[in-house]
Design a protein around this ligand. Structure first.
Ligand code: SF4
Ligand code: SF4
Length: 353
């Protein structure tokens, strides 16, 4: 079984086409017909260009947690004798096919450790996410396109971090070296290409070594959980940090570790389906209770909750795990330039007063 292959740049599409006959394949690509427009992960189609030049606008979480998914279909079967004899037929819509995400970034794969804790590691197991997760492999790019918004090394990751990945992709001068990191990934490389020659191997090894040494970001998260608790009631702090927030929710939609969702039933006559859709804790209606009470009535409480969730509640609940992978997407996409690094970085300032 092949362990490592070289793919020349101009052969990438034909190799991906072959790969897509073995497994459901997702790639990073433009989401609109606009070269400077948003990018995200999409199912592979022949001829679709892979967007490897920058971090995708949207993360890969939708592969495992679709933006909208049908959980089940239902139908009431009414009996003429009366309601007591009527029945409800439910069809489970769970579906998990073997899938490969080609061109993931290390931060995105690391982000899944947060989703795993919530959806798969108990006490409640979400079968939809968990089955997709078990069936999905990640071919991850050694990341050389970090920018000023990235801070993966500050939150436990790094641009060459391969934890959770099944294949490693190194982009060289004239192509890609793809290496299987797990046994289950080896057969995917069979008949896709030849082993790299010695000079390309050497170049790839040098790239991996150089990228592994890089430290991306300088946010100090040590003690942030405790500092957050001290800041919790300091309204002035939160006003200063988030008064410009528009409550647009973009930060949560692009974030690979945000997972708020809502469940709705859509029915016509006696048939319908139950849908799960992404939601956002930055929206007023997300926490609005049936009584009319809202525990997070203003953007201040909502943003505070978002920061607390990632840097205080998750670490306290899951043995220090941070709920942020440092991808920088929320910073890049926020229309009023709110920077979570500044909010977290300032938490510790003068909290001993
Ligand atoms: S909070 Fe921001 S930087 Fe952290 S994982 Fe989410 S989008 Fe990325
Ligand atoms: S993207 Fe910015 S403005 Fe929009 S909800 Fe998030 S912090 Fe507020």
């Amino acid at each position: 079984m092949a362990v490592k292959i070289f793919i020349a740049t101009d052969r990438l599409d034909s190799v991906l086409e072959k790969l897509s006959t073995k497994i459901d394949l997702w790639i990073p690509a433009l989401l609109k017909d606009d070269k400077s427009g948003p990018t995200g992960f999409v199912p592979y189609e022949p001829g679709k260009a892979v967007a490897f030049d920058r971090q995708t606008t949207m993360s890969l979480k939708k592969v495992l947690l679709p933006q909208v998914e049908t959980l089940l279909r239902f139908e009431y079967r009414k009996e003429p004798e009366g309601a007591i004899n009527s029945t409800l037929a439910v069809e489970d819509r769970r579906e998990a096919r073997p899938t490969l995400v080609f061109g993931a970034r290390p931060c995105d794969v690391r982000a899944l450790t947060t989703l795993d804790r919530v959806f798969s590691n108990g006490p409640y197991v979400d079968p939809y996410y968990t089955e997709r997760r078990k069936n999905t492999l990640f071919a991850t790019l050694v990341c050389r396109q970090t920018d000023a918004k990235c801070f993966c090394s500050s939150v436990g990751g790094g641009p060459a971090d391969m934890e959770g990945s099944h294949l490693r992709i190194v982009r060289t001068d004239d192509g890609y070296i793809v290496e299987a990191l797990t046994k289950e990934a080896q057969s995917l490389l069979d008949n896709l290409g030849d082993a790299p020659d010695a000079s390309r191997e050497k170049q790839a090894a040098e790239i991996v070594e150089e990228v592994s040494r890089r430290r991306v970001g300088d946010l100090d998260t040590e003690g942030s959980a405790e500092a957050f608790r001290k800041r919790f009631e300091q309204t002035d702090y939160w006003v200063q940090m988030v008064s410009q927030c528009l409550s647009c929710g973009v930060c949560t939609y692009v974030c690979p570790t945000c997972y708020c969702f809502s469940i709705t039933d859509e029915a016509e006559n006696l048939k319908g389906e139950r849908l799960r859709s992404w939601d956002s804790c930055m929206f007023y209606h997300y926490t609005l209770e049936a009584s009319g009470h809202n525990p997070r009535p203003t953007k201040l409480e909502r943003y505070r909750n978002r920061v607390g969730h990632k840097f205080s509640y998750i670490p306290e609940r899951y043995e220090g795990l941070l709920g942020c992978c440092g991808c920088g997407r929320c910073i890049r996409s926020c229309p009023v330039s709110i920077d979570i690094r500044q909010v977290v970085g300032h938490l510790k300032e003068n909290t001993n007063e």
